[in-house]
Design a protein around this ligand. Structure first.
Ligand SMILES: Nc1ncnc2c1ncn2[C@@H]1O[C@H](COP(=O)(O)OP(=O)(O)OP(=O)(O)O)[C@@H](O)[C@H]1O
Ligand SMILES: [Mg+2]
Length: 257
């Protein structure tokens, strides 16, 4: 079967997002070409998950445009997938969860069987294939979410903190799987709070802070020394939210400066 043409590049043009009266994503413009793995980093609450959801099309920006240049106006949703920070599982077995994801995309039953097996094998979940997905540990659920995405063979895969609940061995296994997904030709765009992981997996880094894209650079350049001062502080492990407003007890001196 001939592979459909790539939906990339993905371009975000001046996107903003608002909720609860706040601007949470502010005027971000950037594009993602075919090829490299992009890792989005930044402090908690920086807008990383929102940014990925906007790219994925799950939420629409309040302003700006999300353009899949290769899709030529067609719906790109079947050719890209996302693994969420808190994945949702169906009340079915592990293998049925993967099978369902394929079925709703119209994959024929005969093909589904081997694609489910392959995805479970790649994520180390074969022995749990018949277990109810809801009884899996957090880490196992995260692997199942990755298996579901892997089975879909998307052109572009968004991963939001794919190893947030995993132990070191499971983290290593998931990183290997992400690498395999990348080598199989899927464009990986992911977030992580783990700087070691960003160094291991990133070809390019995006640094977000308070809803703004502060820097986008080749990983080597970024880790050698980011241009942005907040990114420099973040790499040094400084708590960026302390920088602007030191805590001041009523009538007293600041607790930290
Ligand atoms: N629907 C919403 N309504 C109001 N505020 C929201 C909404 N969704 C997200 N936010 C806020 O937007 C900010 C960015 O959230 P987001 O989940 O994207 O951060 P993040 O960078 O992924 O953080 P973390 O590292 O903790 O995962 C947060 O301050 C969050 O409270
Ligand atoms: Mg997040």
């Amino acid at each position: 079967m001939k592979a459909p043409p790539t939906i990339l590049p993905l371009e975000l043009r001046d996107i903003s997002f608002e909720a609860g009266g706040k601007r949470l994503i502010k005027d971000i413009s950037c594009s993602f070409e075919m090829g490299p793995r992009s890792v989005i980093i930044g402090p908690n609450g920086a807008g990383k998950s929102l940014f990925l959801r906007i790219c994925h099309g799950m939420i629409g920006p309040a302003a700006g445009e999300v353009i899949w240049h290769g899709a030529g106006g067609a719906d790109p949703s079947r050719l890209q997938a996302m693994v969420f920070q808190r994945p949702m599982m169906l009340r079915r077995s592990v293998s049925a969860n993967v099978d369902y994801a394929l079925a709703i995309r119209g994959v024929p039953r005969a093909e589904r069987k081997w694609r489910v097996d392959e995805a479970l094998a790649h994520t180390g979940l074969r022995r749990l294939a018949a277990s109810p997905a809801r009884v899996l540990s957090f880490g196992e659920q995260q692997k199942l979410a990755l298996a579901r995405a892997w089975a879909l063979r998307p052109q572009v895969l968004f991963l939001d903190e794919p190893t947030a609940n995993l132990d070191p061995a499971a983290t290593y296994a998931v990183e290997q799987t992400i690498q395999e997904i990348h080598e199989a030709g899927t464009r990986v765009i992911m977030t992580t709070h783990d700087l070691g992981q960003a160094r291991r997996l990133a070809d390019e880094v995006l640094f977000l802070h308070r809803g703004r894209l502060k820097e986008k650079a080749a990983a080597e350049t970024f880790f050698a020394g980011p241009k942005n001062d907040l990114a420099q502080g973040f790499l040094r492990g400084e708590l960026l939210w302390w920088k602007k407003k030191p805590l001041t007890p009523p009538g007293g001196k600041p607790l930290a400066g």
